[in-house]
Design a protein around this ligand. Structure first.
Ligand code: WT7
Length: 656
């Protein structure tokens, strides 16, 4: 079973509390202390964030106003001057952390590298100077299409240092998806590598960049910088393409951090929504810096002695907030891993834990479920005693996986921090604080201090305990997205008007269904919109449908999520074909390949079912609920009286 069902959650009564030694040493030591901090923050959120901004971050210039809220547009620390690269690097250099490991990189196959804060600072400064030499200026967007190598973090921090917003595009995206994002962001430069390791294969990243830029595909891109990683043959276009190591050689390691306005854009990160076109989520500088810093510090009880490891890819928000910015702003040691568990090396994660004495480990339920399948003999054969906290993110964790994680990986001593958040929220929103919060398997527990979350109905009215509803946030927070890049109306519509504002009160609509239990614990059930969650990766069903119908053989497509034991959900597509074309196995294969080419391997449909017609209402709306039932092999539930042609349903069933 992959997703927790309402029944399994309602039966889930186990509560796990941290040991008293753990609590005593934690930043937040008890539920009472959490409650006090939470209440204080709720009574005056601005004051709460202002005090932390002053004590936790370096500012070139103090702000005039903590929050300017013109719903749904927020500005935090207005008038302040700050640089997140300075907060992640420079300020640690005048302390003992100067020679502390900032970034430990464990690469494939067997490569590794450790950069101290002083070394990382130097490389970031050099690369910032390289960008400047190529004419990148404050405000210019830079696309990063990188493997999991230190240069990815170096490039992000270098962009932040000179005020050039980055847009990281996950290395698993296709050339087509890469092109769309570079065009939307109007990127001036792209940083990539000759190739990257993904499991036992090399992904030809540079080749994809060449395809994306061919025929003037992304006309704003002037230069491409290429890290030599896998050393296979690639073509370098003279004048446009440059090797990273050539340009980095002999460049000054001194590049003062640009004092940025608090609200200057830090990055754009594309994520899937309910339309075919991904949204460019915009995050800005000061609020994001403060929010990722505080959430990581408290929710992972970060200590200076910790080796902290998040297994995400830097192409996702988790990599931005919790591999790069949050940990480095705290002066922590962050571990970056290029590999992934696979049949040829099922114990590789635990080798890394043992090798570096990892203390905090953060991964996704889909990974945990895959690890369960690989067998507990692999973790059991390694020394995992250094671990003290385990984290999970990306989708609801089923209690079985939670318990396995707790027992087999955590040796029953490590608190599990189930963090609910989104690309849009910048950082954790609902999460246990490990020294304070008794946890229940499958619940992300309580909102972080300063976050006012609730479960409401579609009119915005709070629902009763244990009643399902929509998860909303009632007050702006520093890490929130500021807009959809180039489309403020989409931002307003998608997040702030889905539930109509009442008496000028705006609610942030997360797109998740959830409930609160009688103890106030939040239980997130999953998306309530046309977004599916495949192995913790977010995909819009419309995005996959657009990819399918762009194939000449396809007339219409409808995509739903099908429950999957390991991935959580898998892509299931119903397809009708153009008049004269017949369904065949070859065509199914070709369409799957086509989707991979349009979006990337993460969107490859697990199954395509060809059909003569799709079930529609009389007004022509595809009845997805019904298709979800069919995909799951369930009885079609609920009312089907609005179905235009009932025989469609029987035919679709027949195909099962
Ligand atoms: C969606 C956001 C935030 C980084 C990873 C995904 C789901 C995320 C949890 C959790 C239940 C979760 C939600 C959310 N989700 N964390 N702990 N419990 N669901 O970021 O791609 O922006 O996706 O992931 O459905 O809306 P994302």
């Amino acid at each position: 079973m992959s997703q927790p069902t309402i029944e399994s959650i309602l039966q889930e009564k186990r509560v796990f509390s941290p040991s008293s030694e753990f609590s005593q040493a934690a930043h937040i030591k008890s539920l009472q202390e959490y409650q006090q901090v939470y209440d204080r923050a709720k009574a005056d959120p601005e004051k709460f964030w202002e005090e932390l901004a002053a004590s936790e971050l370096h500012w070139f210039q103090k702000w005039d106003k903590v929050l300017d809220w013109q719903p749904p547009f927020a500005q935090w620390f207005v008038g302040g001057k700050i640089n997140i690269s300075y907060n992640c690097l420079d300020r640690h250099l005048t302390t003992w952390r100067r020679n502390k490991a900032a970034l430990i990189w464990e690469g494939e196959p067997g490569d590794s590298r450790t950069l101290t804060y002083a070394q990382l600072h130097r490389e970031v400064c050099q690369f910032a100077n390289v960008l400047k030499q190529l004419g990148v200026k404050k405000g210019d967007r830079v696309g990063l299409y990188m493997p999991m190598i230190p240069e990815a973090a170096i490039a992000m921090l270098a962009c932040a240092r000179i005020g050039a917003p980055h847009t990281v595009i996950f290395g698993g995206f296709s050339a087509e998806a890469l092109k769309d994002r570079l065009v939307d962001a109007e990127a001036k430069l792209v940083v990539t590598a000759d190739g990257g390791w993904r499991k036992d294969k090399i992904v030809p990243l540079k080749e994809q960049v060449d395809k994306a830029l061919a025929n003037n595909g992304a006309p704003t891109v002037e230069n491409v910088l290429v890290v030599k990683r896998t050393a296979q043959e690639i073509t370098m276009e003279p004048g446009r393409d440059h090797w990273w190591h050539d340009l980095q050689a002999g460049v000054s390691g001194d590049c003062p951090a640009e004092p940025m306005d608090s609200e200057d854009m830090l990055f754009i990160l594309y994520t899937s929504g309910t339309t075919g076109k991904p949204k460019g989520v915009v995050h800005t500088t000061a609020g994001y810096n403060l929010y990722t810093h505080m959430t990581l510090k408290w929710a992972f009880d970060l200590k200076d002695t910790d080796v902290y490891w998040c297994t995400a890819d830097v192409g996702w928000i988790t990599g931005h907030s919790y591999i790069v910015y949050g940990p480095l702003s705290n002066g922590a040691t962050t571990l970056m891993y290029e590999g992934a568990p696979r049949p040829s090396n099922p114990g590789c994660l635990w080798d890394v834990v043992e090798k570096y004495g990892v203390n905090i480990f953060y991964t996704a339920p889909t990974a945990i479920r895959a690890l369960i399948k690989m067998g507990e003999e692999h973790p059991n054969a390694r020394d995992l005693s250094s671990l003290r906290i385990l984290g999970t993110v990306g989708e609801p964790i089923n209690p079985e996986a939670w318990i396995w994680y707790h027992r087999i990986i955590g040796g029953e001593r490590c608190p599990i921090v189930d963090t609910w958040w989104q690309t849009e929220t910048g950082g954790f929103m609902i999460t246990p604080l490990p020294g304070a919060t008794p946890t229940k398997p499958g619940s992300a527990t309580f909102p972080f201090p300063g976050i006012i979350a609730d479960i409401v109905d579609l009119e915005g009215n709070p629902v009763e305990d244990n009643q399902g509803g929509y998860l909303v946030v009632k007050h702006p927070w520093p890490g929130m997205m500021r807009t959809v890049y180039g489309n403020p109306e989409r931002f307003r519509r998608t997040y702030w008007e889905h539930i109509p504002p009442k008496d000028g009160k705006y609610l942030y609509f997360a797109g998740d269904g959830a409930r609160k239990d009688e103890d106030g614990y939040f239980w997130v059930m999953g998306r309530v919109d046309d977004v599916i969650n495949v192995s913790g990766h977010r995909l819009g069903t419309m995005e996959v449908e657009s990819a399918l119908v762009s194939h000449p053989a396809v007339a219409e497509a409808a995509v739903v999520g099908k429950p999957d034991e390991v991935k959580g959900e898998d892509v299931f597509a119903f397809v009708t074909l153009e008049g004269s074309i017949d369904a065949s196995e070859e065509l199914e294969k070709e369409l799957k390949k086509h989707v991979v080419g349009e979006i990337g391997a993460i969107a490859r449909p697990g199954e395509i079912r060809f059909t003569d017609a799709l079930p529609k209402t009389r007004s022509g709306k595809i009845m997805r609920r019904l298709l979800r039932n069919l995909a799951a092999g369930e009885e079609v539930a609920g009312d089907t009286s609005t179905l235009e042609d009932r025989s469609v349903l029987d035919k679709l069933r027949g195909g099962a």
